[in-house]
Design a protein around this ligand. Structure first.
Ligand SMILES: NC(=O)c1ccc[n+]([C@@H]2O[C@H](COP(=O)([O-])OP(=O)(O)OC[C@H]3O[C@@H](n4cnc5c(N)ncnc54)[C@H](OP(=O)(O)O)[C@@H]3O)[C@@H](O)[C@H]2O)c1
Length: 185
């Protein structure tokens, strides 16, 4: 199957998610079990992201709903996590997690510095949108899970906004459509 080139480290700000075919990254109550039936993409893909990841930036809701001591990549990755919140005082603390209450561009600067030349993964739809508006997202990196959810937390929710045009990475034609074909199970 045609796939994109492996991800590489390079101090990039990645908006990185597994996403349902209809554009949701979590269920309405932050459910994530819908991705359990999916198998990994290209060989070594988990190690690819674990080895290129320097720091994670997430939002407070995602943090509050994460199971206790749940870490990205099932604990295979050990690195700094930053959580943006307007009220860090009542956040449940954890080792390696820093709560930030600052402008999103300042948060991006802090997290990129902590990543020390590796990539930052943004694990929040709302923060990703804010960074995109500021021109601070380098890549939107998605793994499409073969499922339709019909409801939940959208990757990009911006009612009243204008279309954001994108270029396809790793393609001779950056404006090419991608053809995905699925059968209902
Ligand atoms: N599919 C995947 O691969 C994947 C991976 C990781 C996570 N997820 C899911 O992604 C979802 C993330 O949830 P979400 O996007 O709805 O919420 P979220 O972004 O995690 O949290 C939103 C909260 O972040 C804080 N925040 C956002 N922007 C801020 C700013 N500029 N300054 C200060 N605080 C700011 C605010 O918290 P305060 O109210 O405290 O101010 C806001 O209410 C979760 O369901 C998680 O499970 C999916």
């Amino acid at each position: 199957m045609h796939d994109t080139e492996p991800q590489t480290a390079g101090g990039k700000m990645l908006w990185h998610f597994s996403m349902s075919l209809d554009g949701f990254v979590a269920g309405p109550d932050h459910e994530m079990d819908w991705m359990n039936r999916a198998t990994a993409g290209r060989p070594g893909i988990v190690d690819e992201y674990v080895s290129t990841l320097g720091a994670v930036l997430g939002g407070r809701e995602g943090w509050d709903f994460a199971a206790d001591d749940q870490r990205p990549y099932g604990g295979l990755w050990e690195g700094p996590i930053f959580v943006l919140t307007h009220h860090p005082d009542d956040a449940k603390p954890a080792d390696g997690v820093t709560f930030l209450n600052c402008d999103v561009a300042e948060a991006a600067r802090i997290v990129l510095e902590a990543a020390a030349g590796k990539n930052v993964e943004v694990h929040s739809p709302t923060i990703g949108r804010q960074l995109l508006e500021r021109g601070l997202i380098d890549e939107i990196d998605l793994h499409i899970v073969p499922v339709l959810l019909g409801q939940g937390r959208r990757l990009y929710d911006n009612p009243g906004g204008v279309p954001v045009h994108l270029h396809l990475v790793n393609s001779d034609d950056p404006t090419a459509e991608v053809n995905l074909r699925y059968r209902p199970v």
